[in-house]
Design a protein around this ligand. Structure first.
Ligand code: CIR
Length: 255
């Protein structure tokens, strides 16, 4: 069974962390409707939705991807780089404890799950404004016993590694070469975003389909021409909070 862990949009979303975007008014009820549609798409692709408890006082709680890394064998609870986001992990850990043994990153490590890209048994960790070298070291020693390699990857110009590159296949990546070097991902087939859509590398590949923001039509066309079934989702309001399609769920298999 495939589980999609999600968390409701908080009414305080407009007070979210912002790094690369200017603050704009966010229509929270529209964000909630877009999030509900996103969950419906996940469900239509056979994911069972497991919701962490709502956290109305935590503006960024909807972005559950940043709170943990869920692997087949174990889950690692992250220590988000923004102090305002550290209280988000407890409720997510509570849900994950029903499915996995939990490991935890500790200070001085900081890591947002949005900086972790898994390709096979390799975890690429973006060295961003949120995730540091101590997290790379801790993750490597926590996961070595499970046979995972952990590699640091420099990113520049965007929030997270997965703003710059995501997996759209076992060894296929959608990437923005302006934000991360394609050479970091040896052996992978690289599909580049349309240069007019720098934010377009964040795609959610699931059961052979690609859940993808409706506001990147040119890269969407590139994906379709490469043979992908693209499922467009409206996510304009969460995008104003610097969120993409991967960040609103943690996807994993469970018995
Ligand atoms: C933040 O800055 O932390 C949130 N406003 C957005 C987090 C998006 N997370 C993600 O892409 N993994």
């Amino acid at each position: 069974m495939l589980i999609a862990l999600t968390r409701p949009v908080s009414p305080s979303l407009a007070a979210c962390e912002l790094t690369h975007l200017a603050r704009e008014p966010i229509d929270v009820s529209r964000a909630a409707a877009q999030h509900a549609a996103y969950e419906s798409v996940l469900a239509s692709l056979h994911a069972r939705i497991a919701r962490a408890a709502a956290a109305p006082e935590l503006p960024d709680a909807v972005f559950v991807e940043d709170t943990a890394i869920v692997l087949d064998e174990v889950a690692v609870i992250a220590r988000p780089g923004a102090p305002s986001r550290r209280a988000e992990t407890d409720a997510v850990a509570e849900v994950l404890a029903g499915f996995r043994s939990l490991l935890r990153l500790e200070a001085p490590a900081t890591l947002d799950g949005g900086d972790v890209l898994r390709v096979g048994r390799e975890l690429y960790v973006g060295l961003s404004s949120r995730s540091n070298g101590a997290a790379v070291e801790q993750l490597a020693s926590l996961l070595r016993p499970f046979g995972y390699g952990v590699r640091a990857v420099p990113v520049a110009g965007c929030l997270h590694l997965k703003s710059a590159v995501t997996a759209v296949g076992e060894r296929r990546l959608l990437l923005n070469p302006a934000w991360v070097a394609r050479e970091s991902f040896e052996g992978a087939e690289i599909l580049c975003v349309d240069p007019s859509e720098p934010g377009a590398a964040n795609a959610l590949w699931l059961n052979g389909s690609v859940i993808y923001p409706a506001h990147f039509p040119r890269t969407s066309e590139r994906l379709a021409q490469s043979g992908f079934e693209v499922i467009p989702v409206e996510c304009s309001e969460l995008a104003k909070a610097e969120g993409g399609v991967t960040c609103c769920s943690l996807l994993f298999r469970a018995d």
